[in-house]
Design a protein around this ligand. Structure first.
Ligand SMILES: [Zn+2]
Length: 268
């Protein structure tokens, strides 16, 4: 009888231990289950955060000008632009075409070494190639990155920033561009358009007209992302660049490049 009573007590004791163990495991499980999605959402928020920060530039109240030059490098225009930027002590972002990087790697190297940011503007700049398929789009990005990395002698270089040829919002290739934005997100890339320009893509403006176009385009805007080109097959922005920079300085603008969005990344 006595023995039976002790055994019962022992059973109760072990039952109690088992009960508390189950409670403990359940608590751990719930803590884990809570942490997992919050980790996932944090990483996806930070990815979208950078894109939303870029998108929010146009409503930023600070007077900051992001000078951007597309379609280079070219033998004639890019070095002249670099000389002017150096003289004015201003840094810019160059959205380069991969095939031209392969043609003029030394100009890209010089651009980078003088403190400018090199970003991706596709390999061919041809919509038919870019939007043929997901693979062809990603190839265009990758081949350009590889060309830049080779030119700079920095094997891991990736700008993480893309500019769509002709911009991300066009009626032509609208669906393809919408899909391409998702592909960019998958590979940790962001994109940026512009909110100011001097219309140099139309080959008809003199330097004073380019300056006037820019002044008109900047009116009432604080943070500016200014589209220009460092090629010679358009109106020559370099002929109006120095005066354009001086105008922006007089208007109280400071200058920045898009590298500031990616300063945490060691590849830059
Ligand atoms: Zn372009």
């Amino acid at each position: 009888m006595n023995i039976y009573w002790i055994t019962k007590k022992q059973i109760l004791f072990f039952f109690a231990i088992f009960f508390f163990l189950c409670v403990g495991i359940s608590i751990c499980f719930f803590i884990f289950a809570e942490e997992k999605p919050s980790f996932k959402s944090t990483s996806s928020i930070s990815l979208e955060d950078t894109q939303s920060k870029i998108d929010a530039l146009y409503t930023n109240p600070e007077k900051v000008a992001y000078l951007t030059f597309d379609d280079g490098p070219t033998k004639v225009a890019t070095p002249i632009i670099l000389d002017i930027l150096k003289e004015e002590k201003v840094f810019a972002t160059f959205f380069v075409i991969g095939s031209r990087v392969e043609e003029f790697p030394n100009i890209v190297k010089r651009t980078y070494e003088e403190g400018h940011f090199i970003a991706n503007h596709s390999y061919s700049h041809q919509n038919t190639k870019l939007y043929q398929s997901k693979t062809s789009f990603l190839n265009e990005i990758q081949k350009t990155d590889e060309a830049i990395a080779k030119a700079l002698g920095l094997p891991s270089y990736q700008s993480h920033l893309f500019r769509f040829p002709n911009g991300s919002h066009t009626s032509e290739y609208a669906v393809a561009k919408k899909n391409a934005k998702l592909y960019l997100k998958e590979i940790g890339y962001y994109y940026v358009d512009w909110n100011a320009l001097n219309n140099d893509s139309m080959q008809k403006y003199s330097s004073s007209e380019l300056l006037q176009n820019l002044k008109n385009s900047c009116k009432g805007k604080n943070t500016l992302v200014i589209l220009m080109h460092d090629t010679v097959d358009v109106s020559k922005s370099y002929t109006a660049l120095q005066e354009s920079i001086q105008f922006l300085k007089q208007e109280g603008y400071s200058f920045a490049t898009f590298s500031s969005f990616f300063s945490d990344n060691s590849s830059f």
